[in-house]
Write a protein that binds this ligand. Sequence first.
Ligand code: SF4
Length: 195
Amino acid sequence: MGRDFEPVDVSIGAGIGKCSNQCRYCQLAYKKPANFSVSRYAAVVDKFLDYKAKTGFDVRQWLGYSYDFSSDDFGLFAALHRRVFDCDLKVLLLGGLPLMTGEQLAGWFSQRRNLGSESVIASFYGSDVNHDYLSSRKGHFDWLISSQNVAARLGLKNHQKIFLTKPVLPYVDEILDRLEEVDSVSSRFAYYPGG
Ligand code: SF4
């Protein structure tokens, strides 16, 4: 005999945004982006939102692997986020973006700030050498620092996340000195990913 169960919510996700990192610890690192447009994804989520309106069934959504979308797609994604969560997509993730120049980034940030984004989050996996090794991208630590300075100049808030694993502990002072090269930081927090 089957069991009765009453679902109360659904989480929908799709890896559409190309991730330019290949973090050594990440199970998604070598995945190709799904061949699925943001507009089609939004149409699927909207079907569930219709169902939510009728039943109260809750809906959440996640769109990865990075925020490397065209500005049109980002506009669709931001509008979808607003429909699903009833608030703007306020936080931009720097993880997985291509290493844009300062000028390219200024345009990228400005477009998204005009769509309601207010802050930028960067994840640091250790000192610069360890970080670049783990993200498999030479110069990525430095790029995150300079990107956050571009964000600060455009009036966006900066958040910094440090992966605090045992091998990182001897480098904490060195990492904090580097993170202070960002002109304006709203919050800094440590994250223990387990290891
Ligand atoms: S940026 Fe994120 S999705 Fe991309 S490889 Fe690193 S952890 Fe994985």
